[in-house]
Design a protein around this ligand. Structure first.
Ligand code: 48H
Length: 247
């Protein structure tokens, strides 16, 4: 036998071992954007067993695209995300009007790397299509291959149980919608207010289900803030702390 069979055998064995372990989790985070990745990093740092489900094949959500694909992003200099970015070695440059500049690709990669280094799992190419709900409490997610939906093939899903589920799906707030939570839709652009309210509004939206980042803004109808990312990170940090305390 050549190496071909060994490559396939090893991948199948290891991959299914990982997927098997993901059937039961402390926390499932849906969406690997800045809010979901930061939440995963902070939970993993607290030794919480956490898996991130991302339907695309890359991490970072909207962050790597900066503003209109232009390779720069901003953070308010008084944001609680600044010490985290500094700790991760993300280069921050003085801007104006209380804003710092960052490279959004660098920031994405450093947050994601730290999350994985601390033990968070990130699974890509998998989409959440429903939630598990028992007696009004969200207890995990129902998943399928993104490719199956794109191909229009009907195939029954599999399930991942979790003590807590986090909707980090950004503007869509798709998990909240699936769970029957009212989603008002994000409000108009107002950077300072949007940054403040996205953190305030991040939290439990239904027993067992939390919203972070733009999903939290969409649930409550609070303003958007464009390519200013501190609030996304702070939102993930806040919810990670709340969940870690409960576990
Ligand atoms: C699996 C899914 C599903 C699903 C979606 O959009 P994101 O980057 O979200 P946040 O909240 O971390 O960050 C928002 C930020 O990028 C942004 O857009 C800002 C600040 N906008 C302000 C403005 O004014 O516009 O990431 C969400 C991720 C994406 O990668 C999706 O692919 C993924 O979630 N996702 N993954 N199953 N059902 N739905």
């Amino acid at each position: 036998m050549g190496l071909e069979a060994a490559v396939s055998r090893l991948i199948l064995k290891k991959g299914f071992e990982i997927l098997n372990e993901c059937c039961e989790n402390d926390v499932v985070i849906v969406g690997a954007g800045p809010a979901g990745l930061t939440c995963a990093l902070k939970l993993a740092e607290s030794d919480v067993d956490v898996v991130v489900i991302e339907r695309k094949l890359y991490v970072g959500g909207g962050m790597p695209g900066g503003g209109m694909f232009i390779p720069a992003g901003t953070v308010l200099e008084d944001s609680d995300a600044v010490p985290l970015l500094e700790e991760l070695g993300v280069e921050l440059e003085e801007g104006e009007e209380g804003l710092l500049l960052l490279n959004p690709v660098e920031a994405t990669l450093k947050i994601a790397t730290a999350a994985v280094d601390n033990g968070a799992r990130i699974l890509v190419g998998i989409e959440v299509e429903d939630v598990i709900e028992r007696r009004g409490e969200v207890k995990g997610v129902v998943v399928n291959w993104t490719a199956a939906r794109q191909a229009g093939i009907h195939v029954d899903p599999l399930m991942m149980e979790a003590e807590f589920t986090v909707d980090a799906t950004g503007h869509e707030a798709s998990v909240c919608k699936l769970a029957g939570v009212e989603v008002k839709g994000e409000g108009k652009m107002w950077v300072e207010r949007g940054e403040e309210l996205v953190v305030k509004h991040s939290g439990e939206v239904k027993p067992g289900l939390y919203a972070v980042g733009m999903a939290a803004a969409a649930v409550k109808g609070s303003p958007r803030m464009g390519p200013t990312f501190g609030g996304m990170l702070e939102s993930g940090m806040k919810v990670a702390e709340e969940i870690a305390e409960k576990l």
